[in-house]
Design a protein around this ligand. Sequence first.
Ligand code: MN
Length: 286
Amino acid sequence: MTTSPNFVTREVERLVSGALVSDGAGVKLLRVLTPDLQRRLDPFLMLDEFRSDNPSDYLAGFPDHPHRGFETVTYMLAGRMRHRDNAGHEGLLTAGGVQWMTAGRGIVHSELPEQEQGLMHGFQLWVNLPARAKMTEPGYRDIPAEEIPYTATAEGVTIRVIAGSVAGIDGAVRREETEPLYLDVGLPAESAYEAPIPAVHNAFLYVYEGEVKVGARGEPVRARQLAVLNNRADADGVRLTTSGGARLLLIAGRPLNEPIVQWGPFVMNTREEVEQAVRDFRSGSF
Ligand code: MN
């Protein structure tokens, strides 16, 4: 297990277990990042994990629904999901792939499973847009598994760089304002990884398999727990160690420090803007 003595690590500020919810037309989800964490984890608004091999948990999918004011990032680990939207985009998300969708001024889309049995496992992250970009043109990008940059350490720690950059490797997506970092990290048994994170960014990790110990204190974070990492001006990043192995998402970004007003699938800066979004959607102008 290799660690460097001079690396200043963040620690766990808080452990969160999330909430089991049902969304879309009845899809069972673990809502890991809940609305009460939106301010603390600015610019991230939501993280859901969907994981089931019981088709009745996912078959109904997410029929047509709107979004405005932010971006959705869907990362599939297993299963197949079909996306269609009213801007004419269509794509099939498959294992290891990412869909990065900019809702901007408004999009109506469906997300429907393209399988009737087997495991469906993945995540959806919501990344906020700065006020000046909330009404931007909608955008859509499919990134297949083989196009997601990948690196590994000498100890065999694997890092898929979905967004941001790490060890000189630029991720699949970059955003100027919030500079999101989105890593899928796989630690084999008896390994360590020191992930660099800019000191001013808000950061958290979500363990989806195994158990990891975080920081100099070695606080354990178990599968299906989210750890909010503390912010300290002199931190280089976060030190992760594991004895039995772990797989986790490490997510960080520069806070926008703007008001957050959410009404379901619309996230704006003021109540008036959210009411306008509802009116625009109902009048069919998305
Ligand atoms: Mn959606």
